[in-house]
Design a protein around this ligand. Structure first.
Ligand SMILES: *Cc1c(COP(=O)(O)O)cnc(C)c1O
Length: 428
């Protein structure tokens, strides 16, 4: 990065600081991960210069022969990885993928159903501050207050009453398996579509460690940068080959794959990020290797080991544990807020995020919980022993969030632990 260093030292130093932060702290934000050098290299290259509106071999610009190879490989590998008949790898993000999926299946003003943001759903699942809540009439479904699990009976009741165009499943903070087959039954009973948003769990799904949504959903959307461990971006899959979808200004109906593609471009995006798409192709190739299954299995084993330490220390976990890559700690019984816990852990070198728990009395900026995930540390090579040690550190810090000396001492231990699991080289 010598050119950058001499031209723009401010930005160079910020990047260097970020490499150092990622390398020397414990990254436990459940939605984050660390990409490989191969993915980083594929992202930082000249395909960022290329306009390629359209799709491989059907572009609005010349000179697309190389980006066509990258995007073609990305599509082929995504389909192979998930066993899907159609893949669109152009969405710039998970949110963009959802927007295109929604507009494929519903008209502005239609009723849709998604999980309430405060119960673990995503902003794009119908929050009032998001396009999803502004463009559609949203009926939120919730968790059962006693079990902390998705209340499928309530989902059915609400769907019967409000007749949504689609139900979107998937969550940003839900530590258990999602029963896509059960949602399909609900959708069939009321005659609506099912979108499964696997942004968080895509890596687990890709290796069969979480139930596969494709047989039960009309459209599957995802990010590529969470458990899937690719570059920041989105993905849309479907196994539905037919259908008749009318698009604005198009006289003839489109099939499901055609309609999805048209709602990504030109519907909601312009030129695709072909450098990122090249990096998605690399990440999918990594995910197709046999080691990727071991990695995903270790993510879950690590989450279970960490959850066990927290439970033994008397912490309350929403649903009492985890089936996947993350857990939600309810700190209210300890008289702690998520905000205070996040801050104390950050001072100790452990990055988590505050998170609402079901029926949280606190405001979203304060919250009663924290969300802890294991995908990133598992990428570094940490296993159950390290998780148990980190669990004890978390307990120690949360026993007195005011003790700054304790946080400082712990930060040294954290740095030492990190140095035994190298990540990126810090530039000079
Ligand atoms: C992260 C996430 C998204 C959106 O991802 P962005 O790339 O940040 O737009 C969508 N849905 C769910 C469930 C998520 O967790």
């Amino acid at each position: 990065m010598q050119t950058l260093k001499s031209f723009d030292p401010d930005i160079y130093e910020a990047i260097k600081g970020e490499v150092r932060r990622q390398t020397e702290t414990l990254e436990m934000i459940a939605s984050e991960n660390f990409v490989s050098m191969a993915v980083l290299e594929a992202m930082g290259q000249v395909m960022t210069n290329k306009y390629a509106e359209g799709y491989p071999r059907h572009r609005y610009y010349g000179g697309c022969e190389n980006v066509d190879i990258a995007e073609g490989k990305a599509r082929f590998r995504a389909k192979k990885l998930f066993g899907a008949r159609h893949a669109n790898v152009q969405p710039h993000s998970g949110s963009q993928a959802n927007m295109a999926a929604y507009l494929t299946l519903a008209e502005v003003g239609d009723t849709i159903m998604g999980m309430h943001l405060n119960h673990g759903g995503h902003l794009t699942h119908g929050s009032g501050v998001n396009f999803s809540g502004r463009l559609f009439k949203v009926i939120p479904y919730e968790l059962n207050p006693d079990t902390g699990r998705i209340d499928y009976d309530q989902m059915l009741r609400l769907a019967r009453e409000h007749k949504p165009k689609f139900i979107i499943t998937g969550a940003s903070a839900y530590p258990r398996i999602i029963e896509f087959d059960r949602v399909r039954e609900i959708c069939d009973e009321v005659g609506c579509y099912h979108i499964a948003d696997i942004a968080h769990i895509a890596g687990l799904v890709s290796v069969g460690l979480h139930p596969d949504p494709l047989p039960y959903a009309d459209i599957v959307t995802s990010t590529t940068h969470k458990t899937l461990r690719g570059p920041r971006g989105g993905l849309i899959l479907t196994n539905v080959e037919g259908g008749e979808f009318m698009l604005p200004n198009m006289p003839k109906p489109k099939t499901m794959p055609e309609a999805i593609d048209a709602w990504v471009f030109p519907g909601t995006q312009g030129g695709p990020l072909e450098h990122v798409i090249a990096a998605k192709a690399v990440a999918f190739r990594e995910a197709l290797q046999p080691e990727f299954r071991d990695y995903q299995a270790q993510i879950i084993a690590n989450a279970k080991a960490l959850a066990e330490v927290l439970l033994k220390a008397g912490f309350k976990l929403v649903t009492g544990g985890t089936d996947n890559h993350m857990m939600l700690v309810d700190l209210a019984p300890r008289g702690l807020t998520g905000k205070a816990a996040e801050k104390a852990l950050e001072s100790a070198g452990i990055t988590v995020n505050k998170n609402m728990v079901p029926n949280d009395p606190q405001r979203p900026f304060v919250t009663s919980g924290i969300r802890i995930g294991t995908p990133a540390l598992t990428t570094r090579g940490m296993k159950e022993d390290e998780m148990r040690r980190i669990g004890r550190i978390i307990v120690h810090i949360l026993e007195d969030v005011e003790d700054e000396e304790r946080q400082k001492r712990t930060r040294e231990q954290v740095r030492e632990l990190c140095s035994r699991f190298p990540l990126y080289e810090i530039p000079d």
